[in-house]
Structure formats: C-alpha cells, structure tokens
Design a protein around this ligand. Sequence first.
Ligand code: ARG
Length: 591
Amino acid sequence: MVETKAAWKRIVARALAAHAAGKGMAEAGSGSLPGPDGVVLERPPKSELGDLGFPMFPYAKIMRAAPAQLASALAALIKGDPEAEGLGTASAEGPYLNVRLSRASLTATTLAAAASPSWGSVSGLAGKKVMVEFSSPNTNKPLHLGHLRNNVLGESLSRILSKAGAEVRKINHINDRGVHICKSMLAYQAYGEGRSPADEGLKGDHFVGKYYVLFNKLKEEDPSAEEKAQGMLLKWEQGDPEVRELWQKMKGWVLEGIKVTYARTGIAFDLYDFESDTYELGADAVREGLVKGVFYKEEDGSVWGNFEDIGLDRKVFLRKDGTSLYITQDIGTAIERHKAWPYDRLIYVVGNEQQYHFKVLFETLKRLGYDWAKDLHHLAYGMVNLPSGRMKTREGTVVDADDLVDEVAALAAKEIEDKGREDAVGDSGAVSERIALGALHYYLLQTSPIKDMLYDTAQSLSFTGDTGPYIQYMGARASSILRKHAAGEGNAVKGKASPDLLASDADWSVLKRVAELPEAVQAAADSMEPSVLAAYLHDLAADFSSWYRDNPVLNNPDPDLAASRLELVRAVKRSFEVASALVCVPFLETM
Ligand code: ARG
C-alpha cells in the first residue's frame, strides 16, 4: 500500500502540473505547485466512494479553479496517464478526486509481500543508529508494575524502530550504588545471618527486597541506622573490601532474579550499564563548561547552571566537595555513549516524574556545544495503578511484577479450564503464560505512554473486545484454518488460487487491512507510539472476524475461491504474527 499510495501521489501531482500548463499558467513549472510529497491524501469516509481520496481544496486558489471543477479536470487527465493504467481509476466526487484501486494487482502484490520473510519491514530509518535506554531498575528490590510498563514500552519501541530499518541498541542502566543500596545491605547484616536466597526459597531480587523493607525495622531498633547507611556508602566509595564483597554478592542476587523476570516476559538488552562505573562521569565536562561560562560557581565552591531563561530554575551540578550528582552522571553517560557509538537518536524510557531532569539534561548538553543534544528524547510515561489502589509506593504496597504475572497467568489458566479447552490448547500451563503476557502487554501499550492508567486484570483478559487475548484468539482461528487445510480437509486442496477471484468487497476490505501493515509500522516508528500497532492489530482482528464468519473459506463450494481465500488467510496470519511480535504479544497457534 505504501508504494501504491506513493504512485498515486505522483500521478496526482503530475496531473496538477499538466492542468496548469494546459491553462498556460505560470505556476506550471514554478515550484509553487505541490510535488508528490505535498499532495494531501485521505481515506474516503465510506468504502463505496473508493480507496483513496484526494481533496482539491488545497489547490483551488493557486489553480484559480473551484475544487469540484479541478477534480473533474484531473480525473480526465489521469485517464491518459500511463502509470495510472493498471493501478486503478480516478473519478470526481464533488470537491474530491477519488481513486478505486485495481483490486487484482494490489491483491497479487500484497499476497506476495506478506509471504516474504521481511513482511512489514519498512526503510524509513535505514542507516540510522538508535539507542533505547529502558527499565533501569535499582539493585535493592524486585521489579514492580511500573517497570512492566517501562519494559514493554522500551522493548516494543526497539522492535518497531528496527522493523523501520534502524540499527537499535537496547541499554539497561542499572542503579547499583547509593545510600538505598546500602540500606538493604545493612538490614541483611543485621538480620540475614548469612543466608542466601536459596536458603529462604526466594528469587534473589525478592530476597534482597525483603531486607530493604526490613531496614524500616532496623531504624526503629537503631536510631543511628540512617547514619550508618551513609557511613557504609562512604566505605563503599573508598573501596572497603568487606563492604564491596557484600555489595557484589547482593547485587548479583538481585540481577539474577530480575533477569528471570526479563526472560519470562520476553525483554532483552544488548548492553548493561552500571551506575557504579558511571557515577563519576560528567564532572570533567562540567568543569570544562565552567571555564566556558556554561555554569557558575557559588561562594561555597559548588557549581550551578541557571535555566531561568527557559522557564526552569537553577540547578547544582557539582557539590561543594566536588562530587557529582544524578544529572552530572547523565551528562557524562550521554557523552560516553555517543563517543562509543555515534547514535542518531537516544531515547530514554523513564517515568514522567523525571521530565524536569531530562529537560535540564538536554539543555545543558546543548549549552556544552554537543550538536547531537537535539537527538535526545525522553519517552515519558505515566503511573500504572490497579483498580484496588494497591500501587502506593510510600505505604510499601507496590505491586510486584512477578506476582502480577503469576496472578494474570492463573486467571488465564482458569479461563481455559472453564471453557473446557485444556485438551485443545495442548500445554495449558505454557499457553496460559502466553495469554497472560498478551493480556498484560497489549493493555499496557494500548494507552498512550504519557497518561496515567489503571491496569484492570479481568478486563485485560477478556476474550472479546479490545484486548490481547482477543487478538491472540483471532490469530489462532487463522492458524486453525491453515492447519485443517494442511491436514487435507476442505475444498481448497482441489482448487487453484488466483488473486482475481478475491474481488468481492468483503475480501477486498480484509486485503486492504493486511496491506496497511507496513504503513502502520512506519507511523508507529515516526510517532514512537506502539499504540499505533495495537490499534492496527485490533482492526485486523475485527475485520478478519466478521469476514470469516460470513465468507466460507475451506468449505466454499468453489474450490478455486476456497484456495484463493486460503491465501488471504495465510497473509492475515502473517500480519498477526509480525504485528503481535512488535507489541510483545505472543502469537498462539491454538487457543
Ligand atoms: N534508576 C532510575 C530510577 O529508578 C532511572 C534511571 C533513568 N535513566 C537515566 N539515564 N537517568 O528512577
């Protein structure tokens, strides 16, 4: 469809120019007429009106003609355009020039394209290097529901960008140092008695998280606990062997546990950065900036930036003792990353409570003279809550990511059981896990990232409606048709497929939906919105659902039509597979 639309924009631009020349207008070759990219293309409100609609309003003034008049003139000109021949026909419909595409040719090219291994790939970002930083947890506790949103946003966006041709590098920036890390260590020293996660039958991240919570108890018993945590951080900075050893051990436990959650949910990284390696970066860049006048020094020796001119306030970059801060480190990290791998874009997937931080960061890098600072992007996302209001960080009622996936998977298993589908789905445990991920990921991606949202477990699992399982279900229906055919069932085995036979309005509307996948990928990449693909999947599922209810495929009396429709089912299935993978919704052959 991308090529077809591009071709029609060329045809319309050419007709506009020819019309101007015919009228002897100076505009004809002047460049004030739109080129192919400037031609406005819409989708007609009703499919009876055609497949593409070109409004004529934008050209009425420069062409000195009424839109309706212009539409008729262009329609006549296009009749003689050799490129239009075979692609479709144009006709005037009031102020619109509408195009009916030649069904057989688009059907043939779409079915062939959908069968290729690269179906859905586009080239809009070819040759571009894009770095995506996401997840970035702290090594003192397990992942929570907010991380699940972050993870799936980062992973899905990375997959979409690479499908759009970019070379993508996924980075996890682990926060493994600081006083909060020392708190879990102190509590472990106080109550852990040398036990390991295995001794307590816990995942490593849950084990350490338990001690982080126990720090509250320690504080009650020992009023100097906070001070001790600060003291431990100092020792850590001095490289005290005992502190470092415990730190390494506990960090290892957390990472081991968190990586199990990543693997379970299909999230992966190309690179792990650790704050313990990067926390001193950036101080040199700030000192250089001070010389250049980007920063100023207070009397106490601390170094500041002033952002009042862009509506922000003043911010400290180096403390009076010369040590750096969170933002200083981010300056250094961005510089180092660009040196190591000169990216065309760096996207930070981080909660919207850090919007101010990233504004200041990007502005500072710009002031320091890095022209790539314009290529930095903060993909900010909102809070996720549960209808029960369980997600309250301050009260310690954070929803644990593993527990939540367990809960959703158990509900999915119950659904399979209630429907009596255990035998049909095969490995019911594995299938419920995949349904749970489909439900969760689709739900989390469906909403635009910036908005806060409620995660409604039951609603996300509904097999009807705008959900992951509904999409998985329709994908499984397509698979089932293909499976039956492969087993020799139905009429298609006796027939010969031909794209010409898929000319009915019903077949055509499904075919057009399939053909739209590449442009949905491009649009999702351009807007950095995985929700575009979630919406595409929903439309595909809805179109396919009503089509296969009303239009017999395998038991069609005409074997050739059966065989032709089977090819359409194959293309639908491929589109489900490709688009589902891009939004981290597992594809299911049976459900
Ligand atoms: N670890 C931080 C947190 O939990 C997020 C890190 C964001 N990334 C960055 N480059 N600043 O809030």
